[in-house]
Design a protein around this ligand. Structure first.
Ligand code: CDV
Length: 313
């Protein structure tokens, strides 16, 4: 019997700096209601889905910066999401900025969680590939200060047994790195959820701006195919505080094919019934890891961070 799970990819349009978390949660709940009508069992929301994408500003006031972070989850403003999940028997993936306190020290992460159909938290991931820069760079049209505002995730790339299969998570820039998908693939991931905020303009290399949608799908389709997994990529899209974010929210089959895709840059839901057993078409074939991988020859991947050219210092 097929292991089917009906998945909803819930793209969000822009969230402005003045929008409350409650208004973002209300929009997500509306999408959950719509999803229920289509039989959705698991709904995926974007990265940093509760607020505007604040790393676009250089914020010196720590109190102001911390106001974009959640100190507990659920909290007063997000509790309705968990309640709705229970009411509708629907799991969800949510990205948000997480602030924890450890040994009297504040720590900031770009985080996603997986919540089951009873509203219980069953998985957490903290973003590992943080893009952008650390210092203020006023010459840019906007900043991308993830390297300043977040610590590198400290939970590795875990997978979770849930929803009848092996679930994986990552966040935005992680999707560009084959290491992310391979780490998840090596733990049997059958469905990888990822939310993103990707500006349409890339200040360091503006001549690539027209390629941003292409690169978005290119890396997610490759990740799906090379690891035989479903990939659910979900954007926060549209013109947010004068910064255009790409859309392109999509559901990708283990063959690398896009089977559903958003058509707008606003709040929009797409739905697809994902048969997790289809992963074996790839996992037991062209990418049968146990049979075909050659890890002895991949040592450089974990031994070096940058390029290492034989014979040079
Ligand atoms: N939020 C992100 O991680 N955004 C990056 C941008 C900076 C390129 C991305 O990989 O889409």
């Amino acid at each position: 019997m097929a292991r089917n799970i009906v998945v909803g990819a819930a793209q969000l349009g822009p969230i402005s700096r003045l929008d409350s978390r409650t208004s973002a949660v209300d929009r997500m709940i509306k999408l959950m209601d719509e999803a229920k009508q289509q039989g959705v069992e698991l709904i995926v929301f974007p990265e940093l889905a509760l607020t505007t994408f604040f790393p676009r500003w250089f914020i010196e006031d720590q109190v102001e910066l911390d106001s974009f972070f959640e100190r507990e989850m659920p909290n007063l403003e997000t509790a309705p999401l968990f309640k709705k999940a229970t009411e509708l028997s629907m799991g969800f993936y949510l990205g948000f900025a997480e602030l924890i306190e450890e040994s009297g020290k504040k720590r900031h992460f770009n985080t996603s969680i997986l919540v089951d159909d009873k509203g219980s938290l069953i998985g957490k991931y903290r973003k590992i590939h943080l893009p952008g820069h650390f210092e203020n760079e006023p010459s840019r049209a906007f900043q991308h200060l993830e390297k300043r505002y977040f610590e590198t995730g400290n939970l590795g790339f875990p997978t979770f047994k849930a929803f009848g299969g092996q679930m994986g998570m990552c966040l935005c820039n992680d999707r560009r790195w084959p290491e992310t998908f391979r780490m998840l693939g090596l733990q049997g991931a059958e469905l990888v959820m990822l939310g993103y905020n990707t500006p349409a303009h890339y200040p360091p290399v503006p001549k690539h701006d027209h390629l941003n949608d292409f690169h978005n799908h290119l890396v997610m389709q490759a990740g799906a195919y090379q690891n035989g997994t479903w990939v659910i990529g979900v954007a926060k899209a549209g013109n947010e505080e004068n910064c255009d974010l790409i859309g392109g929210t999509c559901i990708i089959a283990p063959t690398g094919e896009i089977v559903a895709e958003c058509k707008t840059l606003g709040d929009e839901l797409i739905v697809y019934q994902c048969d997790l057993d289809r992963c074996t078409e790839i996992k037991n074939g062209i990418f049968d890891f146990a049979q075909h991988r050659e890890p002895e020859n991949y040592k450089l991947i974990t031994e070096t961070k940058g390029v290492k050219i034989e014979g040079s210092d």
